[in-house]
Design a protein around this ligand. Structure first.
Ligand code: GLU
Length: 300
């Protein structure tokens, strides 16, 4: 079976050099290994994703010389598959509705911080501070029937109970030089959101469902998602899905050392293209030689 790679952008902005680096690494790995390259459009956040950004993704990747298999998987067209996975986790007793608004959560965190530091997840966001897990079944039903909005959260403590010793295979490198067999630490994320009242999925849930359904064998993506792999390995195990290998790559940064954002002006592919940069020039800018010379791991 040839290895399967995927590039999975969200159409919530125009692609920049960081995306180009990730997409080119995936493309080069697929070429070097005789593998397949899939493109997946991660468009579950209907409030931020736009058709013109999606069209620009296809155009920019084609301009870079990247070829991918069709049809492209668009997550918004597969909500039923994510709902089925969510139901499986619910049936295991691992999902509960939490009704606090963002503002209430911020207030709860502030109250807890009055007593000392409150734990944060690897992205720096405070762990869920609420008590929704202990609401009675009657209270949950009453709140749901009242039309209150809610998030469906994973009961992390219960999920981890029988899953000690979870690991993943890291073929690239984590932000602190982690490589080889890396221990997963999903508990560092607390009770992550798996879905919301209006959306039967989240980034974590859809990414593991899709990687499995698409037969992805090697996930090549930025180091900003390194720690998320802990949650992904946990969900894969709970859902009985296969384990891909992971290859996290260094991030392209601006002159000030900051991660590039979607509105990154001078590092946007469209801006560079209209300023006369060629696809080969983009490869040079991200530290990748021509395809035939192979893949360099470290961007400048
Ligand atoms: N859609 C995610 C992003 O644009 C990438 C997801 C992944 O590679 O796992 O950052």
């Amino acid at each position: 079976m040839p290895p399967v790679f995927r590039f999975a952008p969200s159409p919530n902005g125009f692609l920049h050099l960081g995306h180009a680096y990730s997409a080119l690494l995936n493309f080069d790995r697929a070429r070097e290994t005789g593998g397949r390259l899939l493109l997946r459009i991660e468009d579950i956040d209907a409030t931020r994703c736009r058709p013109d950004y999606e069209a620009a993704i296809y155009e920019d990747l084609a301009w870079l010389g990247i070829a991918w298999e069709t049809p492209v998987r668009r997550q918004s067209e597969h909500l039923a598959e994510y709902r089925a996975a969510l139901e499986k986790l619910s049936a295991l007793g691992l999902v509960y509705p939490a009704f606090e608004s963002r503002a209430e959560i911020a207030r709860l965190v502030a109250a807890r911080e009055a007593d000392g530091p409150w734990s944060r997840d690897p992205d720096g966001a405070p762990l869920y501070p609420g008590h929704a897990k202990s609401l009675s079944a009657d209270e949950r039903t009453r709140l749901i029937d009242s039309g209150a909005p809610y998030a469906l959260r994973l009961d992390m403590a219960a999920a981890c109970q029988h899953l000690a010793g979870l690991t993943w295979q890291e073929l690239g490198e984590g932000p602190d030089g982690e490589l080889g067999i890396v221990p997963a630490r999903p508990e560092a994320w607390g009770d992550v959101i798996l879905a919301r009242k209006e959306t039967p999925t989240s980034y974590h849930l859809s990414v593991v469902v899709d990687d499995a359904l698409q037969g992805v064998s090697e996930v090549v993506r930025g180091q900003d998602l390194f720690h998320a792999s802990s949650v992904h390995r946990l969900l894969q195990t709970l859902l009985g899905l296969p384990e891909p290998a992971y290859r996290h790559h260094a991030l392209i940064r601006d002159e000030a050392g900051r991660k590039l954002s979607k509105s990154s002006g001078s590092t946007g592919l469209r801006e560079l293209r209209s300023a006369g940069t060629s696809p080969a020039g983009i490869r040079q800018l991200v530290g990748l030689d021509q395809v035939s010379l192979g893949v360099s791991k470290t961007p400048p």
